[in-house]
Design a protein around this ligand. Structure first.
Ligand code: C2E
Ligand code: CA
Ligand code: CA
Ligand code: CA
Length: 279
């Protein structure tokens, strides 16, 4: 067999090697992506189940890569989190989403709320709170029209934000929601300790509500739990009329999902708003 050279350590299987190479490639490309303006936000409508009106939208990032095309967040958010690049990227998302929402409001398209995803990593950055304040001041967006989506895992992680920090965020007037609710550890203690406004039922439960009695029971229970805590509740991943019927019947407040609309580029979302207002 051929002897390996001194620097030719083979620690990695070819598959792992490819994966880590891929991460390194993504990392260096991510570093340039902000400057080159390669990120875009898509917006997915959130609909009030009583009125049928669009009341808000979730901003979801995509990377418009010059060669790879539209890269979904699942391919790069992890690397962005590991490298800390999520901090400047997250700041860009917040600024862009707030500015866009304000522009739509100024155009008479309604007083919608925009939801932005926050990574745990952003909570360890000192600039989070002043950053939010600055974006609100610069864009002139009403604080209550900004919602920050946190995941349950944040409350079990080693960067669990101080209750104090979340209270200070709340006192700015922004809304706080728990994303992917029900997928984390089933400790509910944070629900009473942190000033949350909204629970988002994870789509893995919503998926099966019409086929799986257990998922249906879980969804009904989350809705009751939310309402007993005076929280509002939104179901994500709604794909069928049957799911929607069940959610409405159980008193769910809002829904988001392909059944109503996929996440849309800003132009298409604006078109949708205009159509629905008869503009
Ligand atoms: P998420 O926050 O749970 O966002 C919802 C995801 O579900 C989105 O995927 C959305 O396109 C998808 N979705 C919505 N409705 C349906 C449906 O009816 N059926 C199915 N099968 N899927 C539906 P997307 O846009 O690929 O985002 C994936 C994840 O990437 C997000 O999950 C979020 O965790 C993360 N992400 C996206 N944008 C950002 C961001 O700006 N910052 C951070 N930190 N994370 C982000
Ligand atoms: Ca989310
Ligand atoms: Ca979610
Ligand atoms: Ca199931």
């Amino acid at each position: 067999a051929k002897k390996l050279g001194r620097n030719n350590f083979q620690f990695y299987t070819p598959a792992m090697n490819e994966e880590s190479l891929e991460r390194v490639r993504i990392e260096s490309a991510l570093r340039n992506a902000l400057e080159r303006n390669e990120f875009v936000l898509h917006y997915q409508p959130q609909v009030d189940l009583k009125t049928g009106q669009i009341v808000g939208m979730e901003a979801l990032i995509r990377w418009k890569h010059p060669e790879l095309g539209m890269v979904p967040p699942t391919r790069f958010i992890g690397v962005a989190e590991d490298t800390g690049l999520i901090v400047p990227i997250g700041a860009w998302v917040m600024r862009t989403a707030c500015a866009q929402n304000k522009a739509w409001q100024d155009a008479g398209l309604g007083n919608l709320r925009v939801a932005v995803n926050l990574s745990a990593r952003q909570f360890s950055a000192a600039e989070l709170l002043p950053g939010i304040e600055q974006v609100l001041a610069e864009t002139g967006l009403e604080p209550s029209c900004l919602e920050l989506e946190l995941t349950e895992s944040l409350f079990m992680s080693d960067v669990t934000p101080a209750v104090d920090l979340l209270h200070r965020m709340k006192s700015l007037g922004v809304k706080l929601s728990i994303d992917d609710f029900g997928t984390g550890y089933s400790s509910f203690s944070y629900l009473s300790r942190f000033p949350i406004d909204v629970l988002k039922i994870d789509r893995s439960f919503v998926n099966d509500i019409t086929h799986d009695a257990n998922d249906a029971a879980i969804v009904a229970s989350i809705i009751t739990l939310a309402h007993n805590l005076r929280l509002s509740v939104i179901a994500e991943g709604v794909e069928t009329a049957e799911q929607l019927d069940y959610l409405r019947q159980q008193g769910c407040d809002e829904m988001q999902g392909y059944y109503f609309s996929r996440p849309l580029p800003a132009q298409d979302f604006e078109q949708l708003l205009r159509q629905r207002r008869g503009l």
